[in-house]
Design a protein around this ligand. Sequence first.
Ligand code: HPA
Length: 278
Amino acid sequence: MANPYYEKLLRCAEQVRARIGDFEPHIALVLGSGLAPVAEAMDVRFRVPYNEIDGMPVSTAPGHTGQFLFGFVGGVPVVCMQGRLHYYEGYDIHDVVLPTRIMGLLGAKTLFLTNAAGGLDPAWEPPTLMVITDHVLFSVPNPLIGPNIDELGVRFPDLTNMYEPAIREILMRKGLGMDLPMKEGVYIQFSGPSYETPAEVRIAGALGVSAVGMSTAVEAIAARHMGMKVCGISCITNKGAGLSRKELSHAEIVEAGEIIGQRFSALIAAALPEIDAL
Ligand code: HPA
């Protein structure tokens, strides 16, 4: 019997396909909070709000509009998720990765993830951009739990070098060339929505993690499962809980993201043609 979740995915993807004709995105971009400038700089050809796709969960997070944008960034055909779905909003984990899978089915070969994150290295002054080298999925279910969708990928996918080394090299080289504050490190996804406790931040740091956030790892797994290349950048908007004297606030995090948003956006536009040519 066909998997009902897979049938829903195909139905959603077909509705989007009907809106975009033969537009073929090469790269799928997920915009984290503070990355609105990427969308503003985009040559948009089609907009598909999530709430116009029957079966698609709708984003409720503040600052997350919730639509697919299709168009060109740096001359490369892309699909951009303006507004992602978070597990802490109460969605089933399979729905959290549904848009990622839709973008893969529409032809995107690479998934470029971005997010805002807390930094665990006390020497990193926000805002800093961290190219993700690997991740830890923590306190969030794996999105591949349940019957495997054989049409998408294998039951036990390998995640070695999931964050494509060749793309990491491009991002570091371009970012440093643009004088951006670039770092590399491991990202950990907590469920949220409360920020981590200082004890959790200390544990993550002891595990060799450099950034904490509430997204990204599950999307990376779903994309890798279906054979997409994956890369990601965390915008370190604050020091992790307990590492500075300040308490964490969403407003401050958004503000720190906005400080570097234009330049982060310029880095993405500069890197996409080289990533596309790989
Ligand atoms: N923790 C979790 N998510 C975040 C943080 C943080 O410190 N900063 C931005 N997003």
